[in-house]
Design a protein. Sequence first.
Length: 396
Amino acid sequence: MSSAVRQVSVLGSTGSIGVSTLDVIGRHPEDFQVYALAAHRSVDAMLAQCEQFQPRYAVMADERAAEALRKGLAAGSVTEVLCGDAGLEQVVTAPEVDCVMAAIVGAAGLPSTLAAARAGKTLLLANKESLVMGGHLLMQAVRDSGARLLPIDSEHNAIFQCMPADSEARPQLKGVSKILLTASGGPFRNWTHAQMAEATPDQACAHPNWSMGRKISVDSASLMNKGLEFIEACWIFDVGPEQVDVIVHPQSIIHSMVQYVDGSVIAQLGNPDMRTPIAYGLAWPQRVDAGVAPLDLITTARLDFEAPDEQRFPCLRLARESVASGGTAMAICNAANEVAVEAFLDERIRFTDIPRVIESAMERVTSVEPTDLDVVETADREAREAAREAIGTLVS
Ligand code: NAD
Ligand code: MG
């Protein structure tokens, strides 16, 4: 690829996106080097990654996990172990770092993502929740510091690839009329409400096309993932909600499209494998082998499309409503969803209770101007409390 080796910090390295990122990096040791790895508490997985990639730093979420990792690393290891938000901040802002893969799951990813943006890094953004929560702050930080935001979510990566060159802001000025955001429809695409009321966590996590972490898998089943992506698209591409259409495309071969005023529609296609958008982000503006099999259109044979059903999947409507409300409404929607998904995964509520919990939190917590991180984090906290109360009423 290029002459200089890119130094990468991978946040959320033990998760689905993190592991795929390390797979791509491992294929190109001459182009990319791991500067730091960060994870929550999975010490064994982190230990194996440290042994393979020899990062300068490894960050664990708390001191206990950090101590366990220090004990596990061989004496004389090149890796220094840090912990918590301060550790994350250090490894995303270090002057040696070129690229930060933001792949922590949920609102927990916001402070480090924001720190990478403020430090002017190339930000490979997988953690969509941080944008949904603090879109205003994050996009402002990107503009102020001159950071480069490259979307890793497959749809947004596709849209980025289909946009006119040099269209960082206001793509409508470059002849773009709409973003066509595709959705697989998830494992419950053809299920009735009654069937979904009995769905188990394992059924919700059995995505037909993608293998992902459990939280995003449940979001895909409820279509909240598409709701979060709808919000994400508005922020990243600087368009209004009326310029984003959601289209269900069950094969997940087209990863999204951009429609132009002259009638052209440009799509990005590929096998559903996150290593493609990850490799694109790592190597941008060049391309490298991602280890992904070439797309075989003859075997694919069909590409189908249908409209999403917001009656059976109210989460999509709730996300849309949060965009219309503006302010911290999106953070409230996101936080309530995280709490509801966790309760569903713990089998404390039904799958169909997820939108009920979110709607209740959105009704009870007032949206305000998201002037700084404190305001956003307060909204997040209040929404979590409201969601927990709603869950309490449901189960009592
Ligand atoms: P995952 O659950 O598989 O992995 C999450 C990672 O974050 C793990 O490494 C975990 O240790 C780490 N983590 C969790 N909480 C943390 C904390 N408080 N501090 C530090 N690290 C923490 O999740 P995933 O599927 O890899 O998704 C990661 C992010 O990427 C999510 O925001 C998701 O929406 C987004 N995303 C994922 C996919 C996919 O295909 N998996 C696609 C698009 C976007
Ligand atoms: Mg996606």
